[in-house]
Design a protein around this ligand. Structure first.
Ligand SMILES: Nc1ncnc2c1ncn2[C@@H]1O[C@H](COP(=O)(O)OP(=O)(O)OP(=O)(O)O)[C@@H](O)[C@H]1O
Length: 306
């Protein structure tokens, strides 16, 4: 699979999907978006919104009723795409009688890894996900939920995939596991991989995703950039009486201003403007009570859109 850096890696065009005949459920309605190579792209939205259905279409497990999906210009179920794809399903329901080791080795062999390398890779990844040798000797049916997620993540990463689809990767994991998932996603991005992440853990989505798509009742409501190459957001807190002076100073500085409550203002500005922010406020006589990078406020977006 050779991705062209000038073209989106994943292209979704007007995809619709229904389930059932007598009382059909419209799981996706004309969804269109693109994911760029090297991006971490999040899917968020309420339960039953259609996120897992969309992932299944992106993976080629389900065929859209209408519309079109390509990955690196190919159909999602093309062998060349599959070879480069890692996938963690929402419910990890692997062959329960296999031991963790046998399961991971099976997948390493399916990937075509030669024998000594396959074993090394399995042990390296198991260790990375906190599964010791005694865990690997146990059957998967005896694994806890978090352990199943961990073995699932190890499996998804076996082939160093160029594109990773993760459906609720941190669900059921302890805080260390959550941090590990975050690290793994950011490392995948650092080596140039593309990640599509479906998650309800908005704080994690905010931390790792470059953009998020908000899906509701099968429709793509909006796509929000969480990281922009040249811009950033800051939250300023001042005395409520000083707010008009603060707004005037910020407008003079030429930044985008979003007034909040209780003397709070969020600004969107060029990163190069950051050093000028505090001096502009102080020289206008505005008491600066707080000045800090502003979170993307996905929770607020979620509540507004849901
Ligand atoms: N195989 C199926 N047969 C019938 N209906 C289905 C099937 N799979 C999903 N649906 C329905 O399609 C809609 C979208 O479901 P989907 O699992 O994609 O949502 P989701 O956004 O992933 O939800 P959650 O956040 O709860 O995991 C729901 O109404 C669901 O009941």
């Amino acid at each position: 699979m050779s991705a062209n850096p000038d073209h989106p890696l994943v292209r979704v065009e007007a995809v619709s999907k229904r389930f059932g005949r007598r009382r059909p459920v419209q799981a996706l309605s004309s969804v269109s978006f693109e994911v760029q190579q090297g991006e971490v792209f999040g899917l968020i939205g309420p339960n039953g919104a259609g996120k897992t259905t969309l992932l299944s279409c992106l993976l080629g497990f389900l065929k859209p009723d209408e519309g079109h999906i390509t990955v690196a210009g190919l159909p999602p179920d093309a062998l060349a795409v599959r070879r480069q794809t890692g996938y963690l399903p929402e419910r990890v329901g692997y062959a329960p009688e296999l031991t963790g080791e046998a399961f991971l080795l099976l997948h390493a062999r399916l990937l075509g890894l030669p024998e000594p390398q396959a074993k090394d890779r399995v042990f390296e990844l198991a260790q990375r996900f906190g599964l010791g040798e005694s865990d690997l000797k146990r059957r998967l049916r005896t694994y806890s939920r978090g352990m199943r997620q961990r073995v699932g993540m190890a499996q998804a990463l076996l082939g160093e995939p160029a594109i990773l689809f993760l459906d609720e990767p941190a669900s059921g994991m302890d805080p260390q596991g959550v941090m590990l998932v975050r690290e793994v996603i950011l490392q995948a991005k650092a080596r140039g991989a593309t990640v599509v992440l479906n998650s309800h853990q908005l704080a994690e989505v905010e931390r790792v995703c470059d953009r998020v798509a908000f899906i509701k009742a099968g429709k793509l409501e909006r796509v929000e950039a969480l990281r922009e190459p040249e811009h950033t957001r800051y939250l300023i807190k001042t005395d409520p009486q000083a707010l008009p002076a603060a707004l005037e100073a910020l407008q003079k500085l030429g930044v985008e201003v979003f007034p909040g409550r209780d003397g709070e203002v969020t600004v969107r500005l060029l990163k190069s403007q950051i050093p000028a922010l505090a001096p502009a406020l102080v020289s206008a006589g505005v008491p600066v009570l707080a000045l800090q990078p502003a979170p993307a406020q996905l929770e607020k977006l979620f509540v507004e859109e849901a």
